[in-house]
Unconditional design. Structure first.
Lengths: 239, 200
């Protein structure tokens, strides 16, 4: 450690822009500090050095790993960053054992790789969240005109096209079906059609509006093949 | 300057030996720096047992961080900065305890810790004069504690640790001009804090 100067505080060292009164105040404070710190008869007690050596005997040998580990354990982000900077400097500058320099370089590389990986993962995840197509977003799609069907022809008064599958062998009558009309058993394919709640094949499997799992148009079931006729909500047998 | 370079080379050799695995080489640094470190801590804390505890903690901290010493300045300056921070941390924890104790007591809000005789004027034999000198020293000490960093650190490194401005600049990583500014402003703030009662 440097020995103290004869004059601890040199007014000439003060900034030139300081006013005389300010310099005077600073000089007074400096003199007081010099007086306060004037005690020179404080010495380490006997055995102080031995106590220090005993304390460091329990410590691992110093290395960049130790510095970073301590900072990490204590949750000191600033210490961690400072340790990384120091590791890089130890790796680049000479005057250190080769093992120490390699260790410093290894730490910097590991942290750099981890940072890049984390950044890439976050970027991919953010992109996925922002641009994903949500398949279950409810949408009300206006049913279009149904394709021609044999069963639909039989129902002469029916103006409303059958657009929903029937879950009942007896057929669920459309609310707008004309009285006496033959129940429609058509499972008109309409991939985009919104199934009517009364026409669900299986009431306990009510499909979400806009559900795309509409039966294939060529797979129109025979009325007798429809399952669970009694479970159709609101179904009525007009037959 | 030549001596500083020589002692710095001694320190660098010892540091390199420790980094190569020679733990005992650290004793060279302890024997060389212990008086200054203990004195610095004593000036901050005011009690020798506590000052030695802080000094020991400073050496252990320096040992752990030995690989990060830049060797671009004196080892003692780097160690003094570590010791200063540790001592100030103890001051902060001591203050917290004192405040709690003050709340539990009535009619007092001062630390009742007794001053070490080292703070009293050595030549003052009159007990009253010694008491007055002791109170004055305590006021100075408290005023230094109350400063905020970086001014407090600069004042302590300059007046308690006896470092030159250049060594302070190296140890803190700040430009020399900045250190001068901090020193000057710290002294002005200290003077304002102490007031005319202590510094007529």
């Amino acid at each position: 450690m440097s020995r103290r100067d004869d004059r601890r505080y040199d007014t000439g060292a003060a900034l030139g822009s300081s006013s005389p009164s300010e310099m005077s105040r600073a000089a007074k404070a400096a003199a007081e500090l010099e007086r306060f710190a004037g005690s020179e008869f404080v010495r380490p007690s006997d055995g102080f050095a031995d106590a220090v050596m005993v304390a460091i005997a329990r410590e691992p040998l110093p290395s960049p790993a130790v510095v970073l580990g301590l900072a990490l354990r204590e949750g000191r982000l600033g210490g961690l960053l400072a340790g990384l900077v120091d590791s890089w400097r130890v790796a680049r500058t000479g005057g250190r054992p080769l093992a120490m320099r390699l260790q410093g370089l290894a730490f910097v590389l590991v942290v750099a790789l981890a940072t890049v990986s984390l950044t890439a993962t976050i970027a991919v995840g953010a992109r996925t969240l922002l641009f994903r197509n949500d398949p279950v977003t409810p949408s009300v799609v206006e049913p279009g005109p149904p394709p021609p069907s044999v069963h639909a022809i039989e129902v002469a008064p029916t103006e409303e096209p059958t657009t929903r599958p029937s879950a009942s062998p007896a057929g669920s009558t459309e609310p707008m079906s004309a009285p006496g009309a033959t129940p429609k058993h058509t499972l008109t394919p309409r991939p985009a059609a919104t199934p009517h709640p009364m026409d669900t094949e299986t009431p306990d499997e009510t499909e979400e509006p806009g559900d795309t799992e509409t039966p294939d148009p060529t797979a129109t079931p025979h009325p007798t093949d429809t399952a669970r006729p009694t479970e159709t909500p609101g179904s009525s047998d007009d037959g | 300057m030549a001596q500083d370079r020589a002692t710095d080379m001694v320190a660098r050799s010892a540091v390199d030996a420790v980094l190569r695995g020679d733990r005992e080489a650290f004793r060279v640094l302890v024997d060389r720096e212990a008086p200054d470190v203990v004195r610095t801590c004593f000036r901050i804390l005011g009690e020798q047992p506590e000052a030695e505890d802080a000094a020991q903690e400073a050496f252990v901290t320096a040992f752990r961080s030995l690989a990060t010493w830049r060797a671009d300045g004196p080892f003692g300056a780097w160690l003094a900065r570590i010791a200063t921070r540790i001592a100030l941390r103890r001051i902060a924890s001591r203050k917290a305890i004192a405040w709690i104790e003050a709340e539990a007591q009535t009619g007092t809000n001062r630390d009742d810790r007794q001053l070490s005789p080292a703070f009293l004027a050595p030549s003052a034999d009159d007990p009253a004069a010694r008491a007055i000198a002791g109170e004055r020293s305590e006021s100075v000490q408290r005023a230094v504690w109350a400063l905020r960093d970086p001014y407090r650190e600069t004042l302590i490194l300059r007046f308690f640790a006896d470092l030159s401005l250049a060594d302070i600049a190296t140890a803190t990583g700040r430009p020399l001009g900045t250190v001068k500014t901090h020193l000057h402003r710290g002294l002005v703030m200290l003077r304002d804090t102490l007031g005319d009662e202590v510094l007529p």
